[in-house]
Design a binder for this molecule. Structure first.
Ligand code: TYM
Length: 328
């Protein structure tokens, strides 16, 4: 049996990048042969200043999005990080098995801290990959399905686990990041050289909760490349290749099928079709989301039950670790 584990943090709106790069794929791993665990890392969200009300609301939003994507509480454990204290405890322990040098090399930290300036350079932001390692290692996770931007963090998790195992004997399973063939790095609509991110300009991303009109308009305005062909080539045609990946993600068509369908057709028509396709898909997801989100009591009982199940697994691992390192 293998364990598949992943999560998304409540720091802003969910984008189509989060969907196509991550949660869309998670329900596929639910099977009798797998143990599947999905979570909302709400303690991770403290690295960004938000009101307490926003953190709470967004945490429940994400639980509802997990259900919308097709994660079923009867097949998977759904937990909220702060409801399983073992995450914070293992985090501190692992902090002592990772160096400042290793954390300084994390590209996400470099990017974010550069944008934020000294005031925003919190220790939590620097340390964040260690909490992520604790999340993953507590559950003996074999596979961590993520978008490309998280691969480096999963690799660091492997290094930490390996180092610990060498010192104290086999304790942690070495996890592997799995990324989708297409959609693992959905790029910004107004600049195909940077990742689509909810913290950038609103024209650069499409949120999962966005209206059909706004979605269609954003794709109409999306930048394209210099020639006119709908052809997939990431280095020569980064803008249209990004739009094609989004099209493939929402339609289920292969890139080749898309090329054939749009042979001899211009960018304008393609972008219009893509806008309509995405809007249609999002409106059906939004209906399901509303259904789950409006039942707050139901959401709470799912995460209470999931967090209890998760605690049983996590506490066992934490006891093993504490025993090995000599903590009473
Ligand atoms: P987060 O919340 O930023 O993103 C959630 C997932 O969405 C993916 N993603 C994208 N994929 C493709 N294109 C994009 N433009 C795009 N933007 C985001 C991310 O790669 C991710 O898979 N550190 C994690 C949360 C976390 C976690 C964990 C994940 C905390 N502990 C343990 C896995 C295991 C994060 O910030 O993801």
């Amino acid at each position: 049996m293998k364990t598949v584990f992943s999560g998304l943090k409540p720091t802003g709106e969910m984008t189509i990048g989060n969907y196509l790069g991550a949660i869309k794929h998670w329900p596929l791993s639910q099977s009798k042969d797998n143990r599947t665990i999905f979570f909302v890392p709400n303690s991770h969200a403290l690295t960004v200043r938000q009101s307490p009300e926003d953190i709470k609301t967004r945490t429940l939003d994400l639980v509802a999005w997990l259900l919308t994507a097709g994660i079923e509480p009867s097949k998977s454990i759904i937990l909220v990080q702060s409801m399983v204290p073992a995450h914070a405890e293992l985090f501190w322990i692992l902090d002592n098995y990772v160096t400042m040098g290793e954390l300084s090399r994390m590209t996400q930290f470099k990017d974010k801290s550069q944008k934020l300036g000294p005031e925003g350079q919190l220790v939590g932001l620097f340390n964040y990959p260690v909490l992520m390692a604790a999340d993953i290692l507590l559950y003996d996770s074999n596979e961590v399905p993520v978008g490309e931007d998280q691969v480096q963090h999963v690799e660091l998790t492997r290094d930490i686990a390996n180092r610990f195992n060498k010192l104290y004997g086999e304790t942690f399973v070495l996890p592997k990041a799995t990324i989708p063939n297409y959609g693992g790095r959905v790029m910004s609509l107004d600049n195909p050289s940077v990742k689509m991110s909810k913290s950038d300009h609103p024209d650069s991303y499409v949120a999962l909760g966005e209206s059909a009109e706004s979605v269609v308009n954003k794709f109409k305005r999306a930048v394209t490349d210099s020639d006119t062909q709908i052809r997939y080539n990431k280095s020569e045609k980064p803008a249209i290749s990004n739009l094609m990946e989004i099209y493939a993600g929402f339609s289920g068509m292969s890139l080749e099928e898309i090329e054939n369908k749009y042979e001899g057709i211009g960018y304008g028509e393609f972008k219009n079709d893509l806008g309509e396709l995405t809007a249609e898909k999002l409106s059906s997801l939004q209906k399901d989301f509303e259904k789950y989100r409006s039942n707050e009591i139901g959401l709470m009982s799912i995460i209470e039950e999931g967090s209890q199940k998760a605690s049983a697994i996590a506490n066992k691992k934490l006891s093993e670790v504490k025993n090995k390192i000599g903590l009473l």
